[in-house]
Design a binder for this molecule. Structure first.
Ligand SMILES: [Zn+2]
Ligand SMILES: [Zn+2]
Length: 245
């Protein structure tokens, strides 16, 4: 059964890539931008205000440089950039990609990220957020790995397989920020052989969604052990500040 499912996914990857909107599955033409229908493309909400939080990259009203959520928070990365708010459309794109096994999504999400981040010229290496072996075998791929490899093709910046992840005690879904941190602490590990390749380099860690920043911060903490010059993070989408409790 699993084999048949995998064969079907391969078939879909090869032959059905040109026909459905990444978010709503409606039919789109081959030249639709990023394979999104007009409605979904328009409803993607780009994070692009004049004033962005210097830490998490969220939009600000201009009264301060740091948003309320980041004021009393420490991240192990220097700053984050997220391209779009995690609204219904962005959520559909991410969920369709992760849970339907359609690997070709990576190429379009990567292009959206490439077109909506202008800091690549300062980056030496990409690192992606890892998932546990158990998750990898059930999902069949790591979405952040595939996205970073596609952005690498667009930029020429190499991707390093630098981190591994143990199984977390619980799923992160539904946990508070403090609980998330506790749940994730110590689950990411820097791989032995990559330290010298990270030292004194400008590193960009790539993931699909920034929720509280906990996962990216834990990854950056491990990367920092290799003494890089800087660590910034990039995600396709970000939960809006006021939608967190
Ligand atoms: Zn659509
Ligand atoms: Zn912030």
């Amino acid at each position: 059964m699993v084999r048949i499912k995998k064969l079907y996914k391969n078939f879909e990857d090869s032959f059905m890539t040109n026909h459905s909107c990444l978010a709503c599955d409606r039919e789109v033409s081959d030249d639709a931008p990023y394979f999104l229908c007009n409605d979904c493309y328009k409803s993607l909400n780009r994070i692009a205000g004049r004033f962005l939080c210097v830490r998490c990259g969220d939009e600000l009203n201009g009264e301060s440089m740091i948003c309320d959520l980041c004021k009393d928070k420490h991240y192990s990365f220097d700053s984050n950039h997220s391209c779009f708010y995690y609204n219904d459309t962005a959520a559909s794109v991410v969920k369709n990609f992760k849970y339907s096994g359609r690997k070709y999504y990576a190429k379009h999400i990567a292009k959206l990220m490439f077109d909506n981040f202008d800091g690549f010229s300062k980056i030496d290496k990409f690192v992606y957020v890892p998932i546990s072996d158990k998750k990898l075998s059930s999902r069949g791929f790591n979405q952040a790995d595939l996205i970073s490899k596609e952005i690498s093709k667009l930029t020429g910046i190499p991707v390093l397989d630098a981190l591994s992840k143990d199984e977390a005690k619980h799923s992160q879904a539904g946990l508070s920020r403090t609980e998330r941190l506790k749940n994730l602490a110590g689950t990411f590990h820097l791989k032995d052989k990559v330290s010298s390749e990270l030292k004194n380099k400008n590193i960009l860690i790539i993931d699909d969604v920034f929720t509280t920043g906990t996962t990216l911060s834990e990854c950056a903490k491990e990367i920092n052990r290799a003494k890089p010059k800087s660590v910034i993070t990039l995600t396709f989408a970000k939960t809006k500040l006021n939608s967190l409790n």
